[in-house]
Design a protein around this ligand. Structure first.
Ligand code: FES
Length: 121
């Protein structure tokens, strides 16, 4: 197995979010990356309220002041840095974190969290 290339670091808008799919443990999985400056965090794109994607429309995510990601369905607000819900119907719950690292301008998923299949940005 090898680490999996997710996307170019700069594809994640500073203060915003980028959705994409990757194969995690053999299953196609919707992910979302959020970025603040040189830091990026990746989560499964699944709201803990109803276990549905955080967005209504493909590729369209709502962020607030470079620090919060909002679920489009009932407005739950999640912190960029830990995916913790600080307001909304699932307050206290968290998004599922997917550990990644940046190297040479590329965002990578470590092999331990993935299967060696391809990524679909
Ligand atoms: S499904 Fe996300 S807040 Fe309800």
């Amino acid at each position: 197995m090898a680490d999996i290339r997710l996307c170019a670091f700069d594809q994640v808008p500073d203060g915003g979010a980028l959705g994409f799919e990757a194969t995690l443990r053999g299953q196609a999985t919707a992910l979302i990356a959020v970025r603040r400056g040189t830091q990026v965090w990746v989560y499964r794109n699944r709201c803990p309220h109803f276990s549905i994607p955080l967005n209504y429309q493909p590729g369209l995510f709502s962020t607030y002041q470079t620090r919060l990601l909002m679920c489009a369905h009932h407005g739950a607000m999640f912190r960029f840095e830990d995916g913790h819900c600080i307001d909304g119907p699932c307050e206290g719950a968290s998004l599922d974190s997917v550990p990644v690292y940046e190297q040479d301008g590329v965002l990578w998923l470590a092999e331990v969290h993935n299967a060696p299949e391809q990524v679909h940005p």
